[in-house]
Design a protein around this ligand. Structure first.
Ligand code: GLN
Length: 381
């Protein structure tokens, strides 16, 4: 057996969801909305299943979806992509990340990761033969610094794997942060693998800027997106990966032997959805922002101190600032068993030097779910 995978534990999200089911807790752990998602998009998928073609679609994805992805990023992020050579459909963003790492990393190459770091990244980097170099980000701002990048980059740096907006920190990196990272990638001739699945879930009037738009990055960025996050349909696992043709061609070689394709009916529905008007996307943001505000106010009322939530489905409790002395794992265990609320300890996003006093809660839930959770959290502090 492969030791890297044999030694892994079950993902914290799966483990917490299981525990929530077993204990009957309200699940604010794993990040998924509890509304069914846009009905017109789901209807398109159903129609495509019933009347459409249900055999293998092209390996790179349905042409209509690849065109819709390119048009979408032109419209929202001013990124020009050739749908034929620079866009590929994957079975979720995680597949896109795996494809990219398997395609680009050679044994011994260094890959810069940013902690807190999504749990899939490190095992995939290691399985690809890469050596992880960590940049540690610190609450409450989780900013990049020149010193931290200088310490992490080396002549062996092949790539950075960068998540913006950042799960679980719930922040959006500033233009200065992005310019700094771009400068290091160019200087070290490194590829930036950008997991931008939260690009549409940004609040307070923010407009998301992709790293690929920064000077020198167009030819060295692999941009990854997710229909699951754009349409609150996380179970669909429809992702996209975009890169200059010479890079994408190699990533496609990995994709063809991992999943090969993604269900064509879901692809057709996503192609339709990406063309929705601005009102859909601003409405989605406004809905999540309202939930964030309601939940943040309830947490404050219950005595919790929280960190800023600028993006994603998440808000973080600062345990120490809330006067709670337990670490995040102990707190989450107590929370799910005694108070029937499942949350995620942020230390699960670290391979070393963890921050142990931050706990992530998902607010992408109906008002009644959030109210019940807040009632359960009453008296915890
Ligand atoms: N992205 C989701 C989260 O952060 C988890 C997805 C999964 O369970 N693999 O909660």
């Amino acid at each position: 057996m492969n030791k890297i995978f044999a030694d892994l534990q079950t993902s914290v999200f799966e483990a917490m969801s299981l525990l929530a089911r077993e204990t009957g807790a309200i699940n604010l752990g794993q990040g998924f909305p509890d509304d069914p998602g846009p009905e017109d998009v789901r209807r398109k998928a159903a129609e495509a299943v019933l009347s459409g073609w249900n055999q293998y679609p092209p390996m790179m994805g349905l042409p209509e979806l690849r065109r819709a992805v390119a048009a979408h990023y032109q419209r929202f992020q001013d990124v020009t992509l050739d749908p034929d050579s620079e866009v590929m459909v994957t079975s979720g963003a995680t597949e896109a990340i795996a494809d990219t790492l398997m395609a680009l990393v050679e044994p011994g190459d260094e890959v810069v990761l940013f902690q807190p770091c999504y749990d899939a990244y490190l095992p995939l980097v290691r399985r690809a033969g890469g050596v992880a170099r960590f940049v540690n980000l610190s609450p409450p701002r989780w900013r990049l610094t020149r010193e931290a990048l200088e310490a992490a980059f080396s002549p062996r740096t092949k790539a950075v794997l960068f998540n913006n907006p950042l799960n679980p920190a719930a922040v959006v990196f500033s233009d200065e942060d992005l310019a700094l990272l771009a400068e290091f990638c160019v200087e070290h001739d490194a590829v930036a693998i950008c997991d931008e699945v939260w690009e549409h879930v940004v609040f307070d009037g923010r407009r998301f800027k992709p790293l690929i738009g920064f000077p020198g990055m167009r030819e060295r960025t692999v941009k990854i997106g997710s229909a699951g996050k754009i349409f609150s349909l996380t179970g669909w696992k429809v992702g996209f990966v975009m890169a200059a043709a010479p890079i994408l061609r190699v990533i496609a070689k990995a994709h063809q032997f991992f999943t090969f394709t993604t269900p064509p009916n879901l692809q057709a529905a996503v192609a339709y959805g990406l063309g929705k008007d601005e009102a859909y996307f601003s409405g989605m943001r406004a809905g999540f922002q309202r939930s964030r505000d309601m939940f943040a106010a309830g947490l404050a009322q219950a005595g919790f101190r929280t960190l800023p939530s600028e993006a994603t489905y998440f808000i973080n409790i600062d345990l120490a600032a809330s006067g709670i002395e337990e670490d995040d794992i102990g707190f989450c265990r107590r929370l799910v068993i005694e108070h029937k609320v499942a949350a995620i300890p942020v230390s699960a996003f670290y391979a070393q030097d963890p921050v142990t006093s931050v706990v992530r809660l998902c607010f992408a839930k109906r008002d009644d779910t959030l109210s019940s959770a807040l009632a359960n959290l009453e008296g915890v502090v």
